[in-house]
Design a protein around this ligand. Sequence first.
Ligand SMILES: [Fe+2]
Length: 284
Amino acid sequence: MIKLAKNTFEIGLEKPVKLLHVTDTHLTLADELDDEKKRQLAKARGRDFGDVDGSVEANLREQIAYSKENCDLLVHSGDLIDFVSHANVAKAREILKDDGIFFIAGNHEYSRWVGEAWEDLSYRMTSYMQMGFGLGVPMFWNSRVVGGVNVVGIDNGYYHFADWQTWRLRREAEKGLPIVLVFHDPLFEQSLYDHHMAKPHADCAYIVGCDEEHLLPYSEFRAVQQRPDEPTLRMIDYIKSEPLIKLILTGHLHYNFESVIREGLPQIVTGCGSDGTAREITLE
Ligand SMILES: [Fe+2]
C-alpha cells in the first residue's frame, strides 16, 4: 500500500512538474537459476524487508501506477534490488524498460552477498559484468529533461564522487535549466548527522562528505569507508556553489528526512520504498 509524503518547491517554473520519488525498494528475488545459497539469502533478506507473498514488488507496481496517473516522472534513487541474483536482475531489467522511470544506482545494486566484501570500484565493476553489463539502463550517471527541469542522477553509493561526474554536471548546468540532483547517499548536513547519530548503537551516519571532526565517533571501518576524498569534496563544493541546482533527492537511510544544504537547496531523504513509502514532489 502506497504511503505518500508530499512536498512543493518553488523553482521558478511556468508550469508545475510532478515527480514521484521512490527509493530503496530492495527486491529480494531468487529462482531456480540461482543457487541454494542465494535462495537462502533471498528468504532471509525478504524477511528483513517485510516481503510477504511479493508485497514489496506489489508496492512498487502501485507506486509506478500512481506516478503514471499523477506525475510526470518516477525518480528512483537506487537499491531497487537488494543483491545481484538472476531473478533480481531479470525483474529490474523488466521494470526499468519503462520510460516513465528515471533511475540511478545505489550501493545494493552491486551487492553480491550483502556485506561480504569491501565494496570499491573493482567490486562494483565485477558485479556489473555479472549482471550482463548492468541493468540495461545507465547506472553511474543519468540525465533527462522533463517539463523544463533537468533531472540528473549520479551514482555515489560508495560515499564518493569522481571528477568525471563533476565535469559532466558542469556540462548539464550549461543547459541553463533548473537541476534536480538525484543520488543514493545523502550529503552531510548537521541536522541529518545529529538525527542519525542519536539513534541507539549508531556507529556512523552513512552520509557523504563528513569532515574529520564528525568522523571521530565512527568505528574505524566506517570512517575509512565514508571519509571523503578530494574529488568528493570538489563535487560537494560545486553543488553548493551552483545556483541552478534547486533540489537533491536521496535515500539510503530508510526514513523520511528534510533539511537544507544551503540557502535555496533542500535535501530530501525518502524512506524505504519496500513498505510503500513514496514522495510526491511538486516543482513550481
Ligand atoms: Fe537501501
